[in-house]
Design a protein around this ligand. Sequence first.
Ligand code: CP
Ligand code: NVA
Length: 307
Amino acid sequence: MAIRHFLSLLDLSPTELNHIIKRAIELKALRNQGVNAPLFHNKVLGMLFEKSSTRTRVSFEAGMAQMGGSALFLSSRDTQLGRGEPIEDSARVISRMLDLVMIRTFGHNVLQRFAQHSRVPVINALSDSYHPCQLLADIQTYTEHRGNPQGKTVAWIGDGNNMCHSYINAARQCNFELRIACPEGYEPDQSLLNAAGDRVQMVRKPIDAVRNANWVATDVWASMGQETEHEERIRTFAGFLVDHELMSHASSDAVFMHCLPAHRGEEVSAELLEDNTISLVWDEAENRLHAQKALIEFLLKHSSSIN
Ligand code: CP
Ligand code: NVA
């Protein structure tokens, strides 16, 4: 049995993805009944962070503890990685001591290089290219509130960033139609669009993406690592705010999602974010906990690590 990594949503088959979402919903129900089965007893997750995090760190760390395992927070500022020890060497050493590793980093190639030299499953906890763990939570959230997203229309408004890329992969895996509205120059990677075919459509105006959509999602205009571009991006992205007015063009059962943290008054209005008849952001954040437990269970079950 080979080692299974989760660097993008495409590392799972649609059937496997479906299984993980179902299991996440099941694990959530069990936790709500006070059941935390010690399925990860003695398992240790390493958490390598090169960027900040609230949800990702808390959900992985709490998730491991609740399932009988533990997690190690490893900031690049405090490890030898931050002083230039090669990724390949770090991967070989760390993966001999732990059972799984999650990495939040800049270049996606860091994850690929780590995974190539790792004896244990590696999880992408956000790179400049993808944020697949967030999509597990988003798909779980849509499924809980509105059912299977297959055949639905999803609108992505704003930057063609790591989240947008993961929505493109989700459109392929879940078979929904995705309409993306980005300002000129901020489009997602063309090769991902080509691979997704006619499931994904690019439009210029947010209203054209949102019309009759079942699910509308956005994200910050300046991602981690783009802080110096923030002011310029605010000017370029004017007109890409998601608010009640924009949502009024969507389907009457449309939901709003945002991976958080949100910038109220920039990409989303404070009123929409707080309107829990439309906005699912708090469930979406909570579901990181449940979806990642299901993911870890799947990766451990389907990997024969040497440890
Ligand atoms: N959505 C998300 O990944 O949040 P954090 O940056 O707080 O982990
Ligand atoms: N696109 C954002 C997502 C944060 C969870 C970033 O990369 O900073």
